[in-house]
Ligand binder design. Structure first.
Ligand code: ADP
Ligand code: MG
Length: 565
């Protein structure tokens, strides 16, 4: 996708290739190990409620720069707080999504629920956020290329034009006073400069060959609904730990960081359950009609039952909630006679989950209930791509974060994100995308993978839309992660597997619980790594393109094991 012959390669944790007999033996064993440890999914091609396939996985862990991993972990509580504050800022959400909901029916439906709940007041003021911040290493990170930064005379007109007059969501807020206009102008100028530096980055990177595999990372997206892999993240480490040990590299296991995602996320649900404080109330998982990624839901359920034997988990589709659900006297959500304390949405993030008005009615019923939702509707809206784009605009972070150091740290994780609203800035983005589409990815307000448009396909897609329709989308700089080389093991795949070029995406989980005034719990909760072929645009594991992986932490000055192939 975004790699070429100049893309840097991260060194492997062990020397590859493996001798063929050893590879065959360890791969066969690892497949069984995966199935028998729940690193598995239902087959889409031969579906059966009664059987599982192993989930695709990378045989040995992919390298990841230790410093960047630690930075991501340390930043997560700040991102949690940011998203919590964003979710509770009615004006920001309303202003930011104003254009989008005119043309995007799905977001408009979510927003309608939000509007109705706002009008009637929130029955439950506490929200449970179980977030996942997804990121990729940027091999052309300008921070590592001081030479490139000094020499940026000839490029950047495109993004400068976009920055010019780019209305920010914060600036679009109501009641802004005249005396603030000068400040706003300064911010715009600063913004233009930021955009300029982002836009020239790629050109400079190639001109000066300053790419590094030990680079900074950029946020791909932040998920506030159905953030999966709480089980499969740690399970990936379990498989790869087994494989490294089988191959005689137990001495390297200390470079695989602990991963307590499953416990962290489930404990978050139980903390919310405790706040609800009704010993008989249950935790409800909202599920798709068919759950292919079943292990990543059942293990949550099993963990809760095993760790907290008194808490019951129920699973229901939106359709079933519509049929069985009602509100009690105090607006408690009742499924039959069972009261629901916490609702964990593993479905409801895409239009296909709402077959009719019934499912929307079920969502609204739950939203107006006393149950603590993960996510509540405002959290869901805070996770839209449009909000992510607005957050990357200058001075917006100041609205949500007080500490200047934290603002700086969060500001650095954004790559170029551009509005396609029907205004001057949006039109400049449009022109820029037509001129240099290969630099970008075009994203609608959807989750779950397979919705984006990449590079050379962007002009046609944009030209098919009206100016107004474009505001349902955002444009984003493509991130250029370094490559890793390794074996990807898939059900029905080659035996032995071939060595392939891959790129990885790290997800850091966070849990945050609170209301508009107070945050009562806020912590980082483990991680997951997904790896895809470097030629694939997207790498959803459930979608069949990615593979389970886990990070092997390396330092750029390590030379003890320079195991390149
Ligand atoms: P979704 O909500 O559908 O998961 P994402 O924004 O995560 O949407 O995009 C899906 C996938 O597309 C990501 O997992 C990643 O592989 C790829 N992708 C998204 N944005 C970028 C980007 N800016 N640069 C490179 N790849 C990207
Ligand atoms: Mg994603």
């Amino acid at each position: 996708m975004s790699s070429d012959a100049t893309t840097p390669v991260l060194r492997n944790c062990i020397r590859l290739p493996l001798p063929e007999d050893e590879l065959l033996e360890v791969t066969a064993k690892a497949k069984d190990y995966a199935i028998m440890h729940g690193a598995a999914m239902r087959s889409k091609t031969a579906f059966s409620q009664d059987s599982l396939n192993f989930a695709p996985f990378v045989l040995v862990p992919s390298s990841f720069p230790r410093k960047e991993f630690e930075k991501a972990v340390a930043l997560q509580p700040i991102i949690n707080r940011l998203m919590h504050n964003v979710a509770h800022d009615e004006e920001f959400i309303t202003t930011t999504l104003a254009e989008t909901i005119k043309v995007d029916e799905f977001t408009a439906n979510l927003f309608n629920i939000y509007r109705k709940v706002l009008a009637h007041g929130f029955t439950q003021r506490i929200s449970l956020g179980m977030l996942r911040s997804d990121l990729m290493l940027e091999s052309g990170c300008p921070e590592l290329s001081p030479r490139a930064l000094e020499d940026r005379k000839d490029g950047g007109q495109d993004a400068a034009a976009v920055g010019k007059g780019a209305g920010t969501a914060a600036a679009a807020g109501t009641g802004r006073k005249e005396k603030e206009e000068q400040k706003e102008e300064e911010e715009q100028k600063e913004h233009r400069e930021t955009q300029l530096s982002r836009a020239t980055k790629e050109r400079e990177r190639r001109a000066t060959s300053t790419q590094s595999a030990y680079c900074c990372w950029k946020q791909v997206e932040i998920n506030t609904i159905a953030s999966g892999f709480g089980h499969l993240g740690p399970a990936s480490k379990t498989i790869q730990r087994f494989v490294l040990s089988e191959l005689g590299h137990a001495d390297k296991l200390h470079n695989m960081p602990n991963n307590n995602a499953l416990a962290g996320l489930c404990d978050g649900m139980v903390k919310a359950w405790d706040i609800y404080a009704k010993p008989k109330a249950v935790i409800l998982f909202i599920i798709e009609d068919v759950s292919y990624n079943i292990c990543d839901q059942r293990f949550h359920e099993f963990y809760i039952r095993e760790t907290y034997p008194h808490i019951k988990v129920l699973r229901r589709t939106l359709t079933e909630v519509h049929r069985e659900g009602k509100l009690g006297q105090a607006k408690e959500l009742l499924l039959g006679s069972q009261e629901v304390a916490v609702i964990y949405f593993r479905a409801g993030y895409e239009p296909g989950h709402y077959h009719s008005q019934s499912e929307w009615d079920a969502r609204y019923l739950m939203e107006t209930s006393l149950a603590i939702k993960c996510p509540s509707i405002h959290y869901h809206l805070a996770g839209t791509k449009k909000v992510q784009q607005a957050l990357a605009q200058p001075a917006v972070l100041e609205r949500f974060i007080n500490d200047p150091e934290e603002i700086k740290a969060v500001g650095k994780i954004f790559t170029g994100l551009y509005s396609l609203d029907d205004n001057e800035a949006g039109n400049a983005t449009y022109e820029m995308a037509l001129r240099t589409p290969e630099r970008f990815v075009l994203k609608p307000q959807r989750e779950g993978g397979g919705n984006n448009v990449y590079g050379v396909d962007i002009p046609d897609a944009l030209k098919r839309m009206s100016r107004v329709e474009r505001s349902a989308w955002i444009l984003m700089d493509l991130i250029h992660p370094p490559l890793t080389k390794g074996y990807m093991v898939r059900p029905g795949g080659d035996m032995p597997p071939q060595i392939v070029d891959m790129v990885s995406e790290l997800g850091i989980f966070g849990v945050v619980i609170g209301d508009a005034e107070h945050i009562v719990h806020n912590y980082q909760a483990g991680h997951m790594l997904r790896t895809k072929l470097s030629t694939a645009n997207e790498g959803g594991v459930a979608a069949g393109l990615g593979a389970l992986d886990s990070p092997y932490l390396i330092d750029s000055d390590d030379d003890e094991d320079l195991d390149q192939i």
